[in-house]
Design a protein around this ligand. Structure first.
Ligand SMILES: Cc1cc2nc3c(=O)[nH]c(=O)nc-3n(C[C@H](O)[C@H](O)[C@H](O)COP(=O)(O)O)c2cc1C
Length: 204
């Protein structure tokens, strides 16, 4: 299985890198895992030009940056993991820009029509979030909604959001990071074996 991880933290060697690396090491035992560091790529803001909506069978984005190549990577993935630190209760702006650009993968002619789908529909997708504060509604409700809604819109198989609170530094994350990495890798592995969570639209 081809697993693509999307690293949304600008900080190499930081908390998100640490926990994501633990999960990647577990998944690499049985799968091909490749990481996209969003900060290493030229990924420009969506212009909102709607050019991408003229085509339904390919992304059709007119911005000539790294996204056309990255769309191909996403569409060829068997599972996708988005990782980000919590910034102002949300994912980082870097990851948000990457998610916004996936508007080009949406296949629709009108808002909220039931037939709306995407070119990545059915791909098992998880989110990994690290944050300095606690896991409570005030701190983490927005990012959880963000992940759920993104998965619903893209018609992904929602593997859930995995969160590590109270992250001070990578060397102090300890067992909490290992546990969350194992849970995340376990959910991806289960999806590879066809065991899917209840809120799904069906396998790829
Ligand atoms: C700009 C900024 C905003 C942040 N906002 C939050 C926040 O709203 N809630 C929280 O719990 N932690 C917040 N943090 C802390 C980070 O989420 C936390 O330290 C994270 O683990 C950093 O991951 P990294 O090492 O990959 O950058 C913020 C950090 C930064 C730099």
């Amino acid at each position: 299985m081809k697993i693509t991880t999307i690293m949304g933290s600008p900080r190499s060697g930081g908390n998100t890198d640490h926990v994501l690396s633990l999960a990647e090491s577990l998944m690499e035992k049985d799968h091909e895992v490749s990481r996209i560091n969003v900060s290493d790529h030229d990924i420009r803001y969506c212009k909102g030009c709607f050019s991408c909506k003229k085509t339904q069978t390919e992304p059709g984005c007119v911005i000539r940056d790294d996204m056309p190549e990255l769309y191909e990577v996403l569409m060829a993935s068997d599972a996708i993991i988005y990782a980000s630190p919590l910034y102002g209760k949300s994912c980082t702006a870097q990851l948000k820009t990457f998610l916004d650009r996936q508007y080009a993968l949406l296949n629709f002619t009108d808002w909220v029509k039931p037939e709306t789908t995407s070119l990545t529909a059915g791909i098992p997708t998880a989110f990994l979030i690290t944050c300095g504060g606690p896991d409570n509604d005030f701190n983490t409700a927005i990012v959880k909604d963000q992940a759920t809604v993104f998965n619903k819109v893209m018609k992904s198989v929602d593997l859930d959001l995995f969160l590590v609170p109270h992250c001070i530094s990578p060397d102090r994350i300890g067992d909490a990071g290992k546990r969350v990495a194992a849970d995340l890798a376990g959910a991806v592995e289960a999806s590879a074996e066809g065991v899917l969570p209840g809120n799904v639209t069906g396998p790829k």
